[in-house]
Design a protein around this ligand. Sequence first.
Ligand code: NAD
Length: 499
Amino acid sequence: MKTIPHWINGSPATGPSTKTAPVFNPATGHQQAQGTLGTPTDIDTAVQAAATAFETWSESSLTRRTQVMFAFRQLLLEHEEELGRIISAEHGKTVADARGEIARGREVVEFACGLGDTLKGSYSDQVSRGVDVHNFRQPLGVVAGITPFNFPAMVPLWMHPIAIATGNTFVLKPSERDPSAANFVAGLYQRAGLPDGVFNVVHGGKEAVDAILTHPGIEAVSFVGSTPIATYVHQQATAHGKRVQALGGAKNHAVVLPDADLEFAAGHITAGAYGSAGERCMAVSVTVAVGSAADDLVTALERKAREITVGPGNAPDTDMGPLVTKAAQERVENAVGTAAAQGATVVVDGRGLKIDGHESGFFTGPSLLDHVTTDMDAYQEELFGPVLAVVRVETLDEAIALINANPYGNGTALFTGSGEAARRFQRRTRVGMIGVNVPVPVPMAYYSFGGWKDSLIGDSPIHGPEGIRFYTRPKVVTTRWPQPATRHAAADFAFPTSS
Ligand code: NAD
């Protein structure tokens, strides 16, 4: 059985632990490797390597750091297919979808390539006579990322390019369910010329996470995952004096008004709901059908859900792969059963799907639930699977109130032909990322990504300008170069003011 090692100080490392976690191929249902489970000793070894590397990396020029990012970006592009297949084999998503996440992650590298501009400070001349002020930002030191299974390349890429380009060194703790992408990325960084120790990977679960949250040598923690763990990470890491960004779960609503192009809306909502088998934090999991839109919309959604080809992620005609684990498959199928028992109409039932030649795979088909109400589990829980719930309301304001009452606030979308409705929606919804006729409104890398309410614990979104702010500290310098004639003037004992 292949063992997936850590990556510490530029080399594969297994560490002292003999504990491992199985890594499955979700399409076959069989274990294909075992991932090393890191201990506090492994975290400490990685932090020591990163701390040593920080001494020289933080002193390297902005030009050199940018050159490494340019080379890394090129390697990511050249190896997109290979990395996409690695992701697909452990996560289950299609290779095309995996390539999409790599491309979106690469955009953050491109943003980091432009750091020479975005990291510029400002300068104020002659704030007092003979006195100037300027500011600049400096890296924090060793920073860590803890990431979820659903985007094993993209979510870490939201973090480490900006952290590294701003002069920090990085310890990544990826999901134990699909660990190989992180090691592959570490190899690309090395080939791009990144010095050993700047980017490290320690695999593992709770034990490794707890070691990160309490390690005195780690300055900041970036977390993306479910809300309960995001809350825990935020509390623990801040209690240990660290800067934290912690992004949590989601329940994203797509609202469809009667004036929308229903065929267009249904197509995009179907892709947003069932793409990556619904295992996206920005997946559309609830459609809010307003007034007379409902019946025709549900008819179109049903037709499109039935057209989806489910199969292994590496088959070229697959639209939707399996779920990541057997537990996830069972959780999703149980949720469909519970929804039916609680009164929802199961329009499309994805349960019990078997794929020829892949009978043990963790497959479930797309499920479409109509007449879902807000008291049902299918509405309240983040199912993180290919289940779309339709809630019917009478007005846009009712839809907005529904969204605002939901504890999550990651993304939401409105399908409409009305600019007035769109403007009302984007201003009044208490959600971080809004789409207008765009179902999955993931911001470009030069904006920041982050939800509101339970979708983001604390106050720091990720990447873009917020990423630079998060991974650096500001410094302000007040300078005077006195002329010989004034050099011996007496210093004022009163608190200095401008003159
Ligand atoms: P998860 O919370 O189970 O795991 C995330 C990370 O936390 C993993 O590295 C895991 O090893 C670690 N972890 C798990 N349990 C832990 C514990 N008890 N103590 C300490 N660490 C622990 O999430 P997941 O199942 O890997 O990913 C799916 C979740 O991530 C969904 O809720 C999804 O909405 C969310 N997500 C959010 C975003 C976002 O941007 N808001 C993006 C992607 C995924």
